[in-house]
Design a protein around this ligand. Structure first.
Ligand SMILES: Cc1ncc(C[n+]2csc(CCOP(=O)(O)OP(=O)(O)O)c2C)c(N)n1
Ligand code: SF4
Ligand SMILES: [Mg+2]
Length: 351
């Protein structure tokens, strides 16, 4: 048995959101991951974000690949659609589902092995196409499920639990997402729920390819001295450029910071992001500067976190392709096959 159903009992006065749902309505089965695994904290942030945004669970489609990280959709949003695909293939399955039915909210959950090793090409192409989705990589620098081999995001020079030094260069997933055109890029840490939850909320409201790289320590295989993905290392080297609070066009959420260093970013759909700047030199609208800033800090061993880039008026794959308003899976034969006369006309135009 790979999952344990949670008992249904709960306190009768749990807080409810605008839909009348409690947190329990956004939970899944009991996690079977190792106690203390960073991935479970990310699941908690996803639950919190969906609860706070009052998202109807049946409107979400969660997709994943293979790995401890890819198992996590079982542990949240138990009332949503789910598809656990093949290792590294989540992006293409998600792209197909999104093309068929653009009305769902697509949440892709993956690991660094799943997306930076076997699924690297799939990751890059889904992002560059601008698929409307939230793509989360739960990044621990190892293949946790298969017992701790270095993944492609492990930093050069970092040590495995047995003392082996990684000699390969690391892939920075957030930098690649920026390079291939993601319209929303964030990075966070599983141990910082206050930073991560609003980032997920903003990504859920963003139209286009939203990517979040979450450093998520593997307590079983990559949380020792010498690792650059351990809880201690990330806490000591975290360079947060901003803190995000989110104001929805539908239900305003108050900003709990003193005014002054707060920048408001209007999004395509009328929602607003409220951003508290922690670094005055950092501009979330400058893709090239963001890439340079991240590389400079990575060279010093620092991990830049926060909202790294946002394109406020971004569009998605359906917009780029000019698909019809109705979801493609609702079209019937009459719409899809306009008949011989229309075909003759097209053929005549090609002569
Ligand atoms: C085609 C294929 N190749 C290899 C495997 C073995 N495998 C399962 S999970 C995994 C790596 C998972 O690493 P990651 O995506 O980082 O997830 P984590 O467990 O670290 O969260 C590998 C190599 C597989 N299941 N399928
Ligand atoms: S092996 Fe690592 S990634 Fe997998 S559940 Fe345990 S701590 Fe988490
Ligand atoms: Mg991993």
């Amino acid at each position: 048995m790979t999952y344990v159903v949670k008992p249904k009992f709960h306190h009768p006065e749990l807080p409810k959101n605008a839909l009348g749902y409690t947190h329990r309505d956004y939970e899944g089965s009991i996690s079977t991951l190792c106690a203390g695994c960073g991935h479970d904290s990310i699941s908690a942030s996803i639950i919190e974000a969906c609860f706070e945004l009052s998202i109807p669970p049946h409107r979400v489609a969660k997709l994943s690949g293979i790995g401890c990280s890819s198992k996590t959709p079982t542990y949240f949003l138990g009332n949503s659609h789910g598809f656990n695909s093949v290792h590294g293939r989540m992006p293409s399955v998600l792209t197909g589902a999104n093309l068929a039915n653009k009305e769902l909210i697509y949440l892709g959950v993956s690991g660094d092995g799943d997306s930076a090793s076997i699924g690297f090409g799939q990751f890059a192409h889904a992002i560059r196409r601008g698929v409307n989705m939230v793509y989360i990589v739960e990044n621990n620098g190892v293949y946790g499920l298969t017992k701790g081999q270095f993944s492609a995001t492990a930093d050069r020079g970092s040590k495995s639990k047995r003392g082996v030094v990684n000699t390969d260069n690391a892939i920075d997933m957030a930098a690649i997402a920026l390079q291939v055109g993601a319209s929303f890029v964030g990075r966070s840490f599983s141990g910082d729920k206050r930073q991560l939850t609003p980032l997920i909320k903003a990504a859920l409201e963003h139209k286009g390819a939203a990517f979040i790289d979450v450093v998520s320590p593997c307590v079983a295989f990559n949380n020792h001295a010498g690792s650059t993905k351990s809880f201690d290392y990330v806490r000591e080297h975290n360079e947060a450029v901003n803190r995000l609070d989110f104001i929805s066009g539908r239900a305003p959420i108050s900003v709990d910071y003193a005014p002054g260093g707060v920048e408001l970013v209007e999004q395509h759909d009328g929602t607003t992001l409220a951003l508290r700047k922690l670094n005055d030199d950092y501009d979330v609208h400058d893709r090239l500067a963001a890439m340079a800033f991240m590389q400079q800090h990575a060279a010093k061993g620092q991990i830049v976190t926060g909202l790294l880039y946002v394109e406020a008026d971004a569009d998605d794959l359906h917009g780029h392709l000019g698909t019809v308003d109705a979801p493609l899976n609702t079209l019937g034969e009459k719409d899809l096959c306009p008949g011989a006369a229309a075909l003759d006309k097209i053929n005549a135009g090609l002569r």
